[in-house]
Design a protein around this ligand. Structure first.
Ligand SMILES: Nc1ncnc2c1ncn2[C@@H]1O[C@H](COP(=O)(O)OP(=O)(O)OP(=O)(O)O)[C@@H](O)[C@H]1O
Ligand SMILES: [Mg+2]
Length: 261
């Protein structure tokens, strides 16, 4: 039995509209961050929703050798957490209460230790000062996104699916969040999949990468092996290059779009 996630021949979509057809990916190991990238509308969210059992999906998804899709919803929810791209409207609940409620939803107890854990998490995400603020009174983008992350992490899933978790965050929070996600991924030995559009973030924080186009896997492997001028042209229709920065870290520069795509 292999530890981690194995996706074979996964099809997912909406009604008759299959967005992903017979999608197979290399194994996604535990303890590592896999970056999922690709153009708007290529099927990233559909893939994550399929893995979480939130749309009509068929095929084989094994987590540590155990089939995920066949599990009853509640059992799967103990193992898989999806932070969706668009967050629901906040309810009139304190931030801290909402994080504890998320923990309880995954079978955790809510005692002093849990509360300390939740507060520590808020601290790490840089939002401890919001603990007693109401969810429906947070800033509509970033603060809600950070609370959503805290709710996802506190549930301690085996498979953590984050759909564009950085899209509303400032530079400081983007970096802080990726550091927390990386640390928690290792500490809890989770399979973590993060959807990002910023390929420099993928290069910097990803350990593995899947690049999609029109529902198909075009490239996979270490981010530096995936973010190549050829793949950028084929998948995004841009002229791009990856060069080492002054500290030797890979940096993507986009020079323009290819008009004759
Ligand atoms: N609820 C839905 N019902 C029907 N079709 C949908 C639904 N959600 C998405 N689609 C379609 O599925 C395709 C893939 O959408 P998806 O949201 O997975 O893309 P994405 O890669 O996440 O894009 P983005 O980068 O813009 O978030 C699109 O053609 C979209 O129109
Ligand atoms: Mg999406």
């Amino acid at each position: 039995m292999t530890d981690g996630l194995k996706i074979t021949n996964l099809s997912a979509g909406y009604g008759k509209h299959r967005v992903i057809t017979r999608f197979t990916a290399p194994p996604l190991p535990r303890g590592r961050i896999t970056m999922l990238t690709g153009p708007n509308g290529c099927g990233k969210s559909t893939l994550l929703r399929g893995l979480a059992g939130l749309n009509q999906a068929s095929g084989e998804v094994l987590l540590d050798g155990q089939p995920l899709l066949a599990l009853p919803f509640a059992k799967r929810a103990e193992k898989v957490v999806l932070l969706p791209q668009s967050l629901p409207q906040g309810v009139h609940l304190h931030v801290l209460e909402s994080v504890l409620a998320a923990r309880r939803a995954s079978g955790g107890r809510s005692d002093r230790e849990e509360e300390a854990q939740a507060l520590a998490l808020l601290q790490q995400l840089g939002i401890a000062h919001l603990a007693l603020h109401y969810l429906d009174q947070l800033s509509s983008g970033g603060q809600k996104q950070l609370v959503g992350l805290a709710q996802s992490l506190i549930r301690q899933p085996a498979l953590l699916l984050l759909d564009e978790p950085l899209s509303a965050l400032d530079l400081n929070h983007q970096f802080q969040v990726m550091a927390v996600v990386a640390r928690e991924t290792r500490r809890r030995n989770m399979v973590t999949v993060v959807v990002v559009h910023d390929l420099n973030i993928a290069l910097r924080h990803g350990e593995q990468m899947l690049m999609l186009k029109a529902g198909e896997l075009i490239a996979s492997g270490e981010p530096q092996a995936v973010v190549t001028p050829e793949n950028l042209a084929r998948v995004y229709g841009v002229r791009g290059r990856v060069e080492p920065c002054s500290q030797g870290k890979p940096q993507l520069i986009v020079d323009g779009v290819i008009n004759d795509k």
